[in-house]
Structures are given as structure tokens and as C-alpha cells.
Design a protein around this ligand. Sequence first.
Ligand code: ADP
Ligand code: MG
Ligand code: MG
Length: 251
Amino acid sequence: MKELIIQDLHVSIEDKEILKGVSLAIKSNEIHALMGPNGNGKSTLLSAIMGHPKYMVTSGSITLDGVDVLSMSVDERSRAGLFLAMQYPQEVPGVTNSDFLRAAMNARRETPIPLFSFIKEMEKTVKDLEMKPDLAHRFLNEGFSGGEKKRNEIVQMKMLKPSMAMLDEIDSGLDVDALKIVASSVVELQKEIGCGILAVSHYERFYQLLKPTHAHVLVDGKIVVEGNEELVTKIDTEGYDWIYKEFNIVP
Ligand code: ADP
Ligand code: MG
Ligand code: MG
């Protein structure tokens, strides 16, 4: 059992405070939905957990099984089991997808993964996500369509088997079929490895497939409402207006 605990987290970008005291606890086996209007700090929270240098944690704490995450490098966080599927995956020309993944996998192992095992696992994963077989040999995300980039994040998740996975709008830019493939891959993997999930999405359609156990709404850098799948449905039908009214927030 792993537990990620975030306590009273404050995060600034270029001296502007974006997160104003976020507290959240996620156990392995739990699936948390993180919702909220655009520009309110969802990606900031995920990036700060992963350790993106642009996001300055000014106070608060993040621990994984009681171990201080904030003192770890991004690399150490990854090896500790944290994983972020980014909203806008970076293109990395010159580094092939397979080289990148093999290096990432080897970084978490005592002995390197045998090349043959790696190739077999990569081929299977690429096939599971119904991606083109040449994917392994292409430069990381270079020239990938929006949907291919998103699926490729899940290829990474499946290969790296994190204990806490954060998915930032993994469903955006996916057509209906791709959405089902991506969501079912995540659900299957989650069942198989029992990781915790923190997923940002604007769409109930995605959450219906993911079946979150918890839901949180982030407005102006704070979690203002919490609940379960019913909260996701309420937001899908009613939007955020009722939250603004209830908490006297001027959007
Ligand atoms: P969300 O994911 O909820 O849409 P973000 O966390 O991306 O919101 O953004 C929160 C706020 O921080 C926004 O006002 C956004 O403009 C600002 N912001 C996010 N990333 C950066 C950045 N790299 N540089 C400057 N401002 C940023
Ligand atoms: Mg956004
Ligand atoms: Mg975002």
C-alpha cells in the first residue's frame, strides 16, 4: 500500500501564487478525479508533485509513504514510483521512444532489462494501445499527432508501472475509439498493479470509464468541493456556477 499525502501546498510560478493551500491524500487502489475550470491550477498541482522546476513550492509538504518528495529530484521521484502523463507531451528529437523507455526502466532496476524482453514488452504494449509498430524507433513524440502523443504517455505508464500515476487531460484530443482504448488500458493496468491515480479531465465520458472513487474540484488554487463520482456527474450537467455562488467566488 502506497500513500501520497499533500498538505497545505502553496506553489508559485514566477512569483505569482497559483496554489493557495492544497491538501489531498491518495492511496494505491484509489482513483481520484481532479476537476475545475481552466487556469485554476490543476496542471500546476501535478507538475509540482512531479518536481517541474518552474513550479516553486513555497510552503506545505508532499510525502510518499512518509518519505519527503519535495527534497527529491524529478528522477528520484520517478524511481520512487511517481508518474505524470503530461497535458502537452514534449517532443524530443534525437532520442528514440525505445531508447528513452529502456533508460527509464533501467534506472529503476538493479540489473538492466534484457534487450529481448524489453523489445517483446514494448511491442506488446504498442499493440495493446493499437499504435503503429514503428513507434518504438521514432524520435520521442516528434511529429506524433495529438492523439498519438497521448497514447504514448500510456505506453510509458504501462512500461514503467508506477505506484502513483497522474494523468493530465489524457483524454483531450482523442477520438471516441482512442478514448476507449486509453481508458481501458489505464483501468486494466490499475487493476493489475494497484497503483493510485490522480486524473484531470473535463469530461464525464472519460470518468465513466475510469470510475473514480474520489472527486475534487480546484478553484483559484484551492480544493473547494470534494465528493465521489456523483460530483463528476453534477459538474457535467450543471457546470461550475453553483460552486462560484456557494463560495462567493468571482470567476
Ligand atoms: P489548469 O491546469 O487548471 O488549467 P494551470 O495549472 O495550467 O491551470 O494554470 C494555472 C495558472 O498558472 C494560470 O493562470 C496559468 O496561466 C498560470 N501558469 C501555468 N503554467 C505557467 C507557466 N509555465 N508560466 C507562467 N504561468 C503559468
Ligand atoms: Mg487547462
Ligand atoms: Mg491543465
